[in-house]
Ligand binder design. Structure first.
Ligand SMILES: C[S@@+](CC[C@H](N)C(=O)[O-])C[C@H]1O[C@@H](n2cnc3c(N)ncnc32)[C@H](O)[C@@H]1O
Length: 216
């Protein structure tokens, strides 16, 4: 469909202008309250400006963040106290759809907020397979992403199945199909909800799925 990192320029500019908010997302707060353990060691896919990474770090989690945008990673390093202590936290510029599980020992939680819908379906398959390979038994994959029921669906130029480009690329997730695909892969479904009211921001109320998948 299009290369996984096609939007690097868009996100660099977005974060260079510090357009993102700094408080933790509702999903991070929900994950912390209901899904994470105090000792969870987290890989965050596409942390952006580090709003959720900082929140997890403050709550004592070990954390690795991988984002294609060097501007985003710079903000993460600035924001997250202790970013120079690789024992606790590490941020890397890179494509999270091309991760080598061997580079992430000890990770038991993969956290993806508003990133699954930013990659095409081939990249998604690469990503979910490497997350599966990386997670230990009992590890979890936490996802929040826009779905095909989202009001933005269909806006912009159509570039593939459920995929549209406005000022950047979005591929809305068919939540039911995704969950069935991941259950077929072997995951257990710990939590699932699709709806609005979960990620309201600046007058926008997207329809998202929240999912917590556990590797048995
Ligand atoms: C919509 S922002 C979400 C940022 C943050 N998770 C949040 O919720 O505020 C998407 C982020 O994913 C990053 N991203 C998208 N595709 C990526 C890829 N293939 N590899 C690494 N980062 C990617 C972007 O650079 C951007 O920082």
């Amino acid at each position: 469909m299009r290369p996984a990192m096609a939007d690097t320029g868009f996100w660099n500019e977005f974060y260079e202008h510090r357009a993102a908010v700094s408080y933790p997302s509702p999903f991070a707060v929900f994950a912390r309250e209901h899904l994470l353990h105090d000792a969870s060691s987290i890989l965050e896919l596409g942390p952006g400006n580090g709003r959720d990474a900082a929140f997890f770090f403050e709550h004592g989690h070990q954390l690795v963040g991988v984002d294609q945008s060097s501007q985003a990673i710079e903000l993460c390093r600035e924001r997250v106290e202790g970013a120079r202590n690789p024992e606790r936290v590490r941020f890397e510029v890179g494509d999270f759809t091309r991760l080598d599980p061997a580079d992430f020992p000890g990770i038991d939680t993969v956290y993806s907020r508003f990133t699954l819908h930013s990659i095409d379906d081939e990249a998604e398959e690469r990503l979910v397979q490497s997350v599966w390979n990386m997670l230990p038994s009992g590890g979890q994959f936490l996802i929040e992403a826009r779905t095909i029921l989202d009001p933005l669906y269909g806006k912009g130029q159509e570039v593939g199945r459920h995929a549209f480009v406005t000022d950047h690329f979005r591929r809305h997730i068919d939540a039911q199909a995704f969950i069935h695909q991941e259950i077929d892969r072997g995951y257990l479904l710990r939590f699932f909800h699709e709806g609005n009211g979960l990620a309201e921001f600046q007058g926008e109320d997207p329809v998202v799925m929240r999912a917590a998948l556990i590797k048995p």
